[in-house]
Design a protein around this ligand. Structure first.
Ligand code: NIG
Ligand code: FE
Length: 404
């Protein structure tokens, strides 16, 4: 039995214990076999009879390991040329309609073999991990054919075999219309729903299903077909919704009791009400908002009004959010979306766990996974204040300190 005790640490437990950040100053935390066994004031530490290892944190802060609950980390190529075009005035939609955007990444991802996809994604993931991430969600969606969608999801599962990271996968076959179906969105959606989803399920490659509901992607009617099937299969649902227009995606996702709707810059109050009634999480992606120079802030006050939990994620992808730091997203959620530093930090811990339907992590509490991030900071709000650099002094996964 492995028992470890971390002391000389300020704990930001992120649990709702009546103090901001669930903070415990002069704290201590015990992990037994990779799970949290005790959390509290160091002065109240129980006597430990087992052979325990004591680890002093030298006065640093500890949060739950960060959870990046929305990424497209696996892809071939890059979209630097498109970035330059956008700097010259082209819009994301212009580029997508011209056959670039997601489709250019589809081309590069189809051409890449599984091994090279794993390698390039691992490089990106390493940056996220060094910034405190212990759980990451990874979507498919740059294949748009059976073979490549399976290749992406297998690559994601492969990355998840590393004991330092948990990977949750989402099948995003309905991300864009592939060239093979360029004038037949309904036909492609049938293919995604009937053929692709079946093959994905047969190999147990997806923990949830996702889609892009937007006028440059799929309509609510088309997405509904996919969701009906996912519900029959008991597969949790997520949706890219209300990013570029108010298309009714969040409402549709609520009808299917989705875990989350993500982006939401154009969400209206009705959509938010439906999300609240369905107990959904609003996943906010400030990296995409920033990169696309959007000026429509997601309706934060409405989320607060209806007590809709908010999560923050990187949306790491080559087009709309080439982001490799969740700390930067905490900063942007506060600076651009006006979340309090505490709300932002909840967004990458407790809120993100809810967005993935995981109740075994996201807070420092007895019975949760011993996944920690340790921070070289002097105040919790420093996590939102700081731009750049890396305040993360180390991560612990399942009770084991991770070496990079
Ligand atoms: O979450 N919105 C749709 N999908 C991605 C962008 C993917 C891309 O541009 O490659 C997103 O922002
Ligand atoms: Fe996305």
């Amino acid at each position: 039995m492995t028992v470890k005790v971390w002391t000389d640490v300020t704990l930001l437990t992120m649990s709702e214990n009546g103090t901001p950040y669930g903070m415990i100053k002069d704290g201590a935390i015990i992990a037994r076999n990779g799970m949290i066994d005790w959390v509290g004031k160091a002065a109240a530490l129980p006597e430990i009879t087992d052979n325990a290892r004591i680890i002093s944190c030298g006065g640093k802060y500890m949060t739950p390991g960060l959870i990046d609950c929305h990424t497209h980390l696996i892809y071939g190529g890059n979209r630097i040329d498109e970035f330059e075009k956008r700097l010259q005035g082209a819009s994301y939609e212009d580029i997508a309609r011209g056959g670039g955007g997601i489709l250019s990444t589809v081309k590069a991802t189809r051409a890449a073999d599984e091994k090279s996809l794993i390698l390039s994604a691992k490089k990106r993931l390493r940056h996220l991990q060094k910034g405190g991430v212990t759980t990451v969600e990874i979507k498919s969606g740059y294949g748009l054919d059976l073979e490549t969608e399976l290749k992406m999801l297998r690559a994601a599962r492969n990355i998840g075999q590393d004991s330092a990271i948990d990977v949750v996968t989402s099948f995003l076959g309905a991300h864009a219309l592939p060239p093979e179906f360029s004038d037949d969105a309904d036909g492609y959606m049938d293919y995604v729903t009937d053929k692709m989803l079946e093959a994905v399920m047969a190999e147990n490659l997806a923990d949830s299903v996702d889609a892009f509901c937007e006028n440059i992607a799929f309509s609510t009617d088309q997405v509904e077909r996919l969701f009906t099937r996912a519900q029959e299969l008991n597969l949790p649902i997520k949706l890219h919704a209300e990013q570029l227009s108010n298309s009714g995606g969040a409402k549709l996702a609520a009808k299917y009791n989705a875990l989350s709707a993500d982006h939401l810059e154009c969400l209206d109050e009705d959509g938010a009400k439906a999300m609240a009634a369905a107990g959904m999480v609003a996943v906010l992606l400030p990296g995409a908002f920033y990169t696309l120079r959007d000026n429509r802030i997601p309706p934060i006050d409405i989320f607060r009004k209806y007590k809709i939990p908010m999560a923050i994620a990187s949306d790491s992808n080559p087009g709309s959010s080439p982001v490799l730091s969740l700390s930067l997203m905490i900063n942007m959620a506060s600076t651009l979306f006006h979340l309090t530093p505490e709300e932002s930090l909840i967004g990458v811990t407790r809120g993100a766990a809810m967005a993935l339907g995981l109740d075994d992590r996201g807070i420092l509490d007895i019975g949760k996974k011993a996944d920690f991030a340790i921070w070289n900071i002097s105040h919790p709000a420093q996590l939102a204040y700081q731009l750049g650099g890396n305040a993360c002094a180390g991560i612990v996964k399942n009770g084991e300190s991770v070496k990079f």
